[in-house]
Design a protein around this ligand. Structure first.
Ligand code: ZN
Length: 698
């Protein structure tokens, strides 16, 4: 899974100019006397964090006190900018700790994290609920039209005001109490949702002793299942679970249809079996509470509340996109289904196709149609080769270069580079941490140990970090990446460029909307498998041969494979998310019936495809940060495909002029809203045509 982590840095949105406490004992609090002022990773120990956080929170408290105790009339400078600059030490400590809590997550780090979360959450609430502070913000906000502010200053003011207002700052005391109760209830319900899901996942396994039942499964998958059985102390020789890698590999390859059915149904029915792990009542409670909260805050529905401050702006805009894509995705899925039914008839004599057959026959179809063996491609994607390709691409587009440097690292596996601008001036530092280790969480992400800022007019450069879990090197051979891993590398690098190019005055305007954040990362993916690029970087690690054209051809052809299905099951989940959160008069819902109505009855979803998530286990929206936001991935895909088509249409995918324009977007952060930035780059709003074409929906 790809993600960018934007750490909740409470309200300490700055790394600017408030006093840095100097403590000669605690290296986190001391001056960072290192090259480029990177964190002194080699000196920091786990016991330094908690005291550093305590000092930093005190410093933030006194920053806030000095704002509210200021006798002068509230102004943009003495209130909004002062708040933007407050808590810089807390930002510094948080930006150090939270990335490391993901990559160096030993029991000590996890313990500190566990102790810290409620304390930091209280610290954030303390600021958002500070009435004196809000009154000052409001008094500046109320006269905003007369202040002669620049567009970005006005945006900072509005964002600051909205953050407080959305947290209930404008409510009467009794409504504030109601809101507080709703938030508390919601946190209880969402935790219960997650716990049930975890327990339901654990309680379901497919155990196999008989090797006949393994028919069709490749050796590597059998080995993994045998290892899983040993690790779980199971009485079975092979164990398959509802974790996606295990589930998907089983339903893709297992010949035994009834076992595929057993496992897939186990997955689809999680927390939906009226047993102790059932989540249907909890989902109802969450939806009711969210609707109540939205209405308390003056919105019709939870979706309207959520979408109001992102790029999409309203449920109608999201529906419009999802509905446009629905028909072509449905049509293509039906064509894919027919092709698979033909294979099924040939194999079994019938075509009674069910949802647990999709992966199995899709794999058969993929082999017959594209004959693409990923293992043959890996030798062309050595990690150093792919990295060189990405560096070259960045250089061709933006003129930047990368210089290996020797600086303190948080793990010996990390590599560090200085990033230099066209004129060789310093742009930032980039850490890269590629391979799994026991202390590292799964997935891939991009984060920063220091965000870009300005101090006394001077740009403080960012320290960015890319973290992945790529196939490790074996013996003397370099790491050889899969297609998916290559894509991930380009993706995370796009996020890194976004941070590295940042030129934003106010810390509170560095971040972008949730449905805009994946544009730079997904845009970069477009170059990964362009023939012109592959011929530059896809070099066989042993023979030094460039990837032959017939392999390049196969990669390109297979990119459209199964797109109907992938898109439709994704859209289905985005739609169920939106349908349930646009409810404005909540009454108790029969979730299974509701899902059927909005997908099958209303939109003609075929029963051979299940939505990617069903309500009782849709953790993104009921126990993650994606409620009314699951659409964001495809929203950003519209942007990235449309943006990339500008390069293609120009006849030069390395078009320097367009790259320069895109750099303006990258360096602007959130100083303007996403659509304005996009239109400045493209000269028009994005069209969905390029996305539809890229999926082969023509
Ligand atoms: Zn991402």
């Amino acid at each position: 899974m790809k993600k960018i982590l934007i750490f909740a840095l409470m309200l300490s949105l700055s790394a600017c100019n408030s006093d840095i406490m100097v403590d000669t004992v605690n290296p986190i609090l001391s001056e960072w006397d290192t090259p480029f002022s990177v964190p002194p990773f080699d000196k920091i120990k786990v016991e330094h964090y908690m005291p550093a956080f305590e000092v930093a929170m005190d410093a933030q408290d006194s920053d806030i006190d000095s704002i509210i105790n200021n006798d002068a009339t509230p102004t943009f400078e003495n209130t909004i900018v002062a708040l933007d600059n407050s808590g810089s030490l807390l930002t510094r400590v948080s930006r150090l700790f939270f990335p490391l809590a993901l990559t160096e997550a030993d029991s000590n780090m996890l313990r500190v994290e566990g102790e810290l979360m409620p304390i930091l959450s209280q610290q954030g609430d303390k600021i958002l609920l500070n009435e004196t502070l809000f009154n000052r913000i409001k008094s500046v906000y109320d006269k905003r039209a007369t202040l002669g502010l620049s567009p970005s200053q006005l945006r900072l003011l509005t964002k600051t005001y909205d953050r407080f207002a959305r947290n209930g700052a404008n409510l009467s005391d009794s409504d504030k109490d109601k809101l507080k109760q709703i938030n508390e209830d919601l946190s209880v319900e969402t935790v219960a949702f997650g716990n049930n899901l975890l327990a339901a996942n654990k309680s379901f396994v497919l155990g196999i002793n008989n090797t006949v039942d393994l028919s069709g499964l490749p050796e590597s998958i059998r080995d993994a299942a045998a290892e899983a059985a040993v690790a779980a102390g199971s009485r079975f020789r092979y164990l398959f679970t509802l974790d996606l890698p295990s589930l998907i590999s089983f339903i893709t390859y297992a010949d035994k249809r009834e076992l595929r059915e057993f496992l897939y149904k186990g997955y689809l029915d999680r927390c939906n079996s009226d047993n102790e792990f059932d989540n249907k009542k909890i989902v109802n409670n969450i939806v009711r509470l969210r609707t109540e909260r939205a209405q308390l805050l003056g919105y019709d529905s939870h979706s309207e509340f959520v979408l109001d401050n992102v790029m999409a702006k309203s449920p109608e805009n999201v529906y419009s996109l999802l509905n446009t894509l629905w028909e072509p995705a449905l049509k293509t899925s039906k064509e894919e289904l027919n092709e698979m039914k033909e294979i099924m008839r040939g194999k079994t004599g019938h075509d009674d196709f069910q949802s647990w057959d999709w992966w199995y026959y899709a794999e058969k179809l993929r082999r017959s149609k594209y004959d693409l063996d990923e293992e043959v491609l890996r030798p062309y994607f050595s990690l150093p080769g792919v990295r060189a390709g990405i560096f070259q691409l960045s250089n061709r587009l933006f003129g930047i270069t990368f210089r290996p440097i020797s600086v303190p690292v948080y793990n010996k596996d990390c590599q560090a580079y200085e990033v230099l601008d066209v004129d060789n001036t310093h742009l930032g530092i980039l850490y890269m941490d590629f391979h799994p280790r026991s202390s590292k969480r799964g997935g891939a992400w991009c984060t920063s140990f220091r965000g870009q800022s300005f101090r006394d007019g001077e740009r403080i450069s960012p320290i960015v970090s890319i973290v992945c879990n790529f196939t490790p090197p074996i013996g003397n051979y370099p790491a050889l990446l899969s297609l998916d891993e290559v894509t991930t590398f380009f993706h995370e690098f796009g996020h890194a460029l976004h941070s590295l190019f940042s030129q934003v005055e106010y810390s509170g305007l560095r971040g972008v909307e949730r449905d805009f954040v994946e544009l730079p990362s997904q845009l970069l993916e477009n170059w990964a498998f362009e023939p012109e690029m592959l011929r530059k970087y896809a070099i066989h690690y042993r023979t030094g041969q460039v990837m032959p054209d017939y392999l390049i051809e196969k990669i390109l052809k297979s990119s459209k494979f199964n797109q109907g299905f992938t898109t439709l099951e994704y859209l289905a989940a985005s739609i169920t998310d939106l349908e349930i959160h646009t409810i404005s008069d909540y009454t108790s819902l029969d979730l299974n019936k509701f899902e059927k109505e909005v997908l099958n009855t209303k939109r003609g979803m075929i029963p051979e495809i299940a939505p990617r998530y069903r309500y009782p286990y849709f953790s993104h929206i009921f126990n993650g940060g994606y409620s009314s936001g699951y659409y964001s991935y495809i929203w950003a895909e519209v942007l990235d495909k449309d943006a990339y088509s500008a390069f293609v249409e120009s006849g030069d995918i390395f078009n320097k002029e367009l790259a320069d324009k895109f750099r303006v977007l990258l360096s602007s952060g959130g100083t303007l809203d996403g659509m304005t930035l996009y239109k400045q780059f493209r000269g028009a709003e994005p069209s969905q045509d390029a996305l539809i074409k890229s999926k082969g929906f023509e």
